[in-house]
Design a protein around this ligand. Structure first.
Ligand SMILES: [Zn+2]
Length: 337
């Protein structure tokens, strides 16, 4: 139903005549971006997450067979959707030698996929989430559905939405790198390896949007409005990034953007605790999307049945719209701090 309606709206916008060309063009653009955002659905997110956070993946502990299954799952998603690897051919893995992980860990890998920009392909937006989790302990599996299964399946759906735009001739002007990093739970090791061995020069990496836990509601919001997300870091390096993030949310998603944890004085120091920090350290503006901790955080009870899929959809769409704007605006966002 939604698809049919949007199709008609698009046709209506196109067929309104050419006497008011500028506003017609922007109408078409808005219709298009919404059309692609609407391909991100609760059902798709759920289907992916029930596999990605299943017992079969054994909690995805870095270097274990369960984690390798997670990497393979991501890789075959990109192959099946004809989304290329920046490494060439069917090689979607950036292998990380053991010495860059931890002496008692097996080798592991980051998983990367890429959509090349149509006008400014050398300017890169990185959308990231960590694919690893805590593994098993005392025969209990730590499924990590929210942490960070939610971030990985969000990226898959965002990649699919951009791919559909490309197929329609509406691909992003700048390039998007989808980066699933390993070793986060061991100390942000996969993202550290990436920034020390970047596939694209860091000076051309214009933003990192990092997603770590966006499928749940935290204790603070349990009895209140679930329509929120914590944003961390958006104003630290670029006022422009912060402002466009606010404007895009206002226009398309209307989520309560909560900056509680963005406070430098906050004792949790979340800004320093997920993968975006390795990009921020290199003067790359970042936004970290996070729902806060809850009673199942880092416990075997972080399972896919507890995810709010409508909320996950909406938050994923916020990241998609934000990436779309950064990729398509006239000028590269400015670092002014
Ligand atoms: Zn996490």
């Amino acid at each position: 139903m939604k698809k049919t309606l949007l199709f008609i709206l698009t046709l209506a916008a196109i067929s309104c005549g050419s006497n008011n060309h500028i506003s017609e063009t922007s109408e078409v653009t808005i219709t298009n971006v919404t059309k692609y955002a609407n391909t991100i659905t609760p059902t798709d997110l759920k289907n992916h997450l029930y596999i990605f956070a299943s017992d079969e993946f054994e909690g995805r502990n870095t270097g274990t067979p369960g984690q390798k299954k997670a990497s393979e799952y991501l890789k075959y998603f990109y192959i099946n959707n004809n989304i290329q690897s920046p490494l060439g051919g069917n090689n979607y893995f950036q292998d990380i030698p053991t010495e860059h992980l931890n002496p008692n860990l097996n080798p592991s890998e980051n998983v990367l996929a890429f959509i090349e920009g149509s006008e400014k392909p050398n300017e890169i937006i990185v959308i990231s989430a960590h694919l690893d989790h805590l593994g098993t302990n005392n025969e209990e599996i730590y499924n990590g559905a929210d942490d960070d299964g939610s971030g990985n399946v969000a990226i898959l759906e965002i990649a699919e939405a951009f791919k559909k735009a490309v197929e329609d001739g509406n691909g992003p002007k700048r390039s998007i790198l989808f980066l699933h990093v390993t070793g986060e739970e061991k100390g942000l090791l996969g993202s550290k390896y990436y920034v020390n061995n970047p596939i694209f020069p860091l000076k051309n990496t214009i933003t990192n949007l990092n997603i770590d836990m966006i499928g749940r509601v935290d204790e603070i919001h349990e009895d209140g409005n679930p329509n929120y997300i914590y944003l961390i870091g958006s104003d630290k390096l670029s006022s422009e990034l912060h402002n466009l993030s606010e404007e895009i949310n206002e226009k398309f998603t209307q989520i309560d953007l909560d900056y509680k944890y963005n406070d430098e004085e906050d004792p949790n120091r979340f800004y320093y605790r997920s993968d975006h920090y390795n990009f921020a350290k290199n003067n790359i503006p970042i936004i970290f999307y996070f729902n806060g901790t809850h009673q199942d955080y880092h416990r075997p009870s972080d399972t896919p049945d507890k995810i709010n899929y409508e909320l996950l959809q909406k938050r994923t769409q916020l990241v998609f719209y934000t990436a779309w704007e950064i990729a398509n605006r006239e000028n590269r966002i400015v670092v002014d701090k």
